[in-house]
Design a protein around this ligand. Sequence first.
Ligand code: COA
Length: 172
Amino acid sequence: MESPEGLERAVYPGSFDPITNGHVDIILRGAKLFPRILVAVLENPKKATLFSTEERVALIREIFKDQPHIEVEAFHGLLADFIRARQARVVIRGLRAVSDFEYELQMALMNQQINPDLETLFMMPSAHYTFLSSSLVKEVAALGGSVRGLVPETIERNLREKFASTSESSSL
Ligand code: COA
């Protein structure tokens, strides 16, 4: 059966620096509701990231390489414009705790203002991941702690490599 117009795929935007298992959980939940999920990786030249945009896109593609209905693309500029250009109507966002709510509400209302056809769908990640964030994962990895089970294996490996090269160059 064909999906109603604009509901063929939902867009899941974020910085994903790096993607965590909390994000993966939301993507997989979204994929049960929509035929396709487009993971949209924000390219923000003003924000310093550990992984470049190309790296973030490549890593997420690798994680979902066996799931062709999960697509990954970088975007810049307004999310509402990107959604319109991709002929989508639904943005998925995860709500981990009440503390996420105010920021998410503001963003959803602003996006609605810019593109009235756009709907934001909030999903709760599994309770295991409510405490997770990309910054915490980076901090733990940078200090030599284990992030096993919190991020996909490829991210764990890449974090180890990033911080190994950082510590090598800082000890020079
Ligand atoms: N599991 C684990 N962590 C999660 C999570 C989940 N399910 N959902 C969010 N997070 C964490 C992220 O890891 C990130 O942690 P960090 O702050 O420690 O790095 C934090 O929550 C927020 O990240 P994210 O969901 O990636 O959102 P963001 O704030 O980085 O990006 C955009 C939000 C990309 C959707 C928004 O900035 C945007 O649309 N920008 C485009 C410009 C635009 O249109 N602006 C107007 C919008 S109103």
